[in-house]
Write a protein that binds this ligand. Sequence first.
Ligand code: GLC
Length: 740
Amino acid sequence: MKSTIVLSLLLFVSFNIYSQDDVEKRVTDLLSKMTLKEKIGQMAQYHLWSKGGEDNIKDDIKKGLVGSLLNAGDLKTKNDLQKIAVEESRLGIPLIYGRDVIHGYRTMFPIPLGQAASWNPALVQEAARIAAVEASSEGIKWTFAPMIDNARDPRWGRIAESCGEDVYLASKLAASMVKGFQGENLSDAESIAACAKHYVGYGAAEGGRDYNTTYIPEQLLREIYLPPFKSAVDAGVATLMSAFNDINGIPASGNDFTLNKVLRGEWNFDGFVVSDWSSVTEMITHGYAKDEYEAAMKSANAGVDMEMVSLSYADNLEKLIQDGLVSEEVVNTAAGNILRIKFRCGLFENPYTKEPKVSKLLTENHLAAAKQLAEQSIVMLKNNTVLPLSKKVKTIAVFGPLADSPEDQMGTWSPDGKKENTQTPLTSLKKSLEGIAEIKYLDVLENSRTIDKSKFEDAVKLAELSDVILLFLGEEAILSGEAHSRAFLNLPGAQDDLFETLSHAGKPIVVVIMAGRPLTFPNISERADAILYAWHPGTMGGPAIADILVGLTSPSGKLPVTFPRTVGQIPIYYSHKNTGRPPSENMLGIPIGTPLDPKGFVSNYLDVDFTPAYPFGYGLSYTKFEYSNLQMFPNEVKNKSSFSVSFDLNNIGDYEATEVVQLYVRDLYASVTRPVKELKRFERVTLKPGDKKTILFQLSTDDLSFINNEMLRVTEPGEFKLWVGGDSDCGLGTSFFITE
Ligand code: GLC
């Protein structure tokens, strides 16, 4: 009997699966023992050079004045500092270690914008899981990811970290990433707490300039910017991060409406909110707080539980409570939220990380998953049959600053990736084509910004001796990500000139672009024989690109963001409103009429088409897919009920390939104007040549809801359209009615 009790106790403790009630009891019990200083201590996140360095940090940890550390060094450092917290502080409350594990830890996956191009939530979830396994093996228990700011402006460098422009796709991927990082149980040694960021509206920065002002009407906030965070909360995300930007004049890190009213009041979120790096004290710079005393007051009262790096809470909360400007209840709630997540993470039972006997980094499975996700993220924008490379191709000329740039290939936020692990396109092509074709490489441009054209002539000579030119262009990683907004979207440096020069060599040119955002490349779009958009594809980007080039796999990626023809079109996104004067097909081209008859008084430009270079959801494969037999049942749908949509997909080409089938709807008239299209379903479907599959989507009238002028989510009866196809310009459509 005794052994059974011991065994079950061991099992219980080892899995430390505490019920929600147990956790609540433990939180309440611990809070009751804590001093005010210790509670405020939980609300402070240091880094290794806070307070002048490690000795002072150790001192504060011992005094129970530190709740978390970010970027806390190697495993030994983390365990040593944890030992002070657990074994030398009065109550032994463990630290939680945070880190930006955004798209992989040592095995780097494509940047999130690239992952979004896979439209594969299951694989994105697996990638997050692998990142968690690798990061947790080095003592990290909390990642500042997923970044789920909807981004409609490619000038904004952080679009690279986002899931793109669409609320439905971003919401699906947000849930996948949270589940991947957190696993079945947060206390699992290989699970890490996720952090949905940056709450909220950061991607709406005016001018695409990072950290800039945002004006977001509540309707838009609730319709476009909040839903991915709601999806993350519904998926059980442990934490959120408040953003740098101000929203309609109130900084996100002091915003009672978004934090207390929506996140806590409407969504019942019970994890904790961490500020962004010094975003609490930056409210002084915003002009929203006179000093750190007032900044601390406004953030704490708004519901920011933990202050990242700045120390206004540590320095002012006690006095704010004495002065009656912050209630002790606010501190109890904040510290309680933090303790709740620490309990759920199992940190009290397992505060230390053992060095794994066998490294969990860069395993074969991890690399295989990274290659698969890189393959599925690559979007083929053009192909005039030059791809896949024919077996007759015996000499391949390779140029371009991204052909062999392991650092750049990993993209932004790859602090734990190592360039020596990156397999570049050049090395992969040499390996996969050994004995089949000769690769002739010339390092023509040192990096993406180089303007030195001195090697162009040699490049042409080499190209003339080849059967095909592979040109790897794009952005260095340092041109992408935080604080890296660009006013122009063209290829930096002399890359366009290099393409122009090589286009006179009289050989087919395949252009592969690696970048952290949509770029504009009109000359290449018009004159290249094929274009692959590979984003920054990570550790295994080379093998993924090589396999697609030689035809071992067909490209299947679809754009998660609209590609403008020119930066002047921004903002340009597919789910736009119709306006009262929409342009029509006959306005394509440069519709300049006479001053008296400008060929239509409509919403367009005189100097560029109103359409994008490439629409949201667009991407080609090596085969051809045909959509047919679209049916709805019923096609008169009672409000508050469900309906089905089915259609046939046919692979009428010569290659096995995967199509991301997409379903869009439009509410033709409502109490507020509605977008001309909204993505409501998608699915990756793989078919062999000649195969056909009937796809069935189940929807409900709730899927057609929107936020009305009373800020209520409603579905209004009326006429709707729906389309299915391979991108947001798709054409197989039907009309239907929602009745009372
Ligand atoms: C940065 C970023 C945020 C990141 C944090 C910690 O400024 O805005 O996304 O998680 O600081 O590195």
